[in-house]
Ligand binder design. Structure first.
Ligand code: ZN
Ligand code: ZN
Length: 272
């Protein structure tokens, strides 16, 4: 079936169910978010991204082990690399989330599936649990690969800078590739003790932090690993700055399509 044949005309008004309905509960209007079935090409693209990303991560990890050195000389660069990679992954997850929340619509070529997922997520947030690990990793692997690939250039290098670069690239890739799983943690009312402890410590995304994104206009708290990016560059106005830049070059208002979907379902829209 072609993508165009799968599109369904969307009415101006859709009777909605409760916003926080469970993933398996009735969700009136959810049929309008039905996604096209995966094509062979999409599956091949996802598998290729996952294999290349995993291969690059393993190669960088092997090089880290082979680099040798004493713990006292390597721990500082490992800690710095983890912090830098973790921060960059959190921020990248936020920028990607912001981009798909703010721009595009379901008819934009190449992004229909992701747009439908993020629009539905603002109408019925808990239906995010209907998307599995393989799908999430398939979507995110190429972005993770973009972060770890430069670390391969340090293959023959030794020393603190090479160590730091490898740990940063590796942690960036792993955390960004799994960021949609961390997002789900931010939606769980109950988590295992170890996960809850990491959330409490601010290492993983807390429910309290992420629920601020799901309030009213959905225009803040975009970051999905732990939210440190929201508390720093986000708070300093990064996302509004990016919106002004895109609006100035495209003439399109931010969140036009997301507001349209929320209005159809009778959800809160600013200025209405
Ligand atoms: Zn969102
Ligand atoms: Zn969410």
């Amino acid at each position: 079936m072609t993508e165009s044949r799968e599109k369904t005309a969307v009415p101006d008004t859709i009777p909605a169910g409760p916003k926080w309905t469970g993933p398996d509960d009735p969700a009136p209007g959810s049929e309008y978010f039905a996604q096209p079935s995966y094509s062979r090409r999409e599956i091949a693209t996802h598998v290729a991204g996952a294999v290349l990303n995993a291969g690059a991560c393993v190669a960088v990890a092997v090089e880290l082990v082979r680099a040798g050195g004493t713990p006292s000389s390597r721990i500082p660069s490992a800690v710095a690399g983890l912090l830098a990679g973790g921060y960059a992954a959190d921020l990248a997850s936020g920028v990607l989330h912001w981009a798909f929340d703010t721009w595009f619509d379901e008819n934009t070529p190449g992004v229909r599936r992701v747009v439908l997922i993020v629009r539905e997520h603002h109408i019925y947030p808990q239906r995010i649990f209907n998307h599995g690990l393989a799908q999430d990793v398939g979507i995110m692997s190429w972005f993770g690969l973009a972060g770890v690939a430069p670390s391969l250039l340090t293959a023959r290098s030794r020393g603190m800078v090479a160590d730091l670069t490898r740990v940063a690239g590796l942690s960036f890739s792993v955390l960004l590739t799994l960021s949609l799983e961390f997002h789900k943690i931010g939606h769980r009312t109950e988590s295992p003790r170890a996960i809850a402890a990491l959330q409490h410590a601010g290492i993983l995304l807390s429910v309290k932090h992420h629920m601020k994104h799901h309030a009213r206009e959905h225009d803040s708290h975009y970051c999905l690993v732990n939210g440190v990016g929201d508390r720093t560059l986000g708070r300093l106005g990064l996302f509004r700055l990016l919106e002004r830049a895109v609006r100035a070059s495209s003439g399109i208002d931010p969140r036009t399509d997301d507001r349209l979907w929320r209005r159809r379902f009778g959800r809160w829209v600013s200025g209405s």
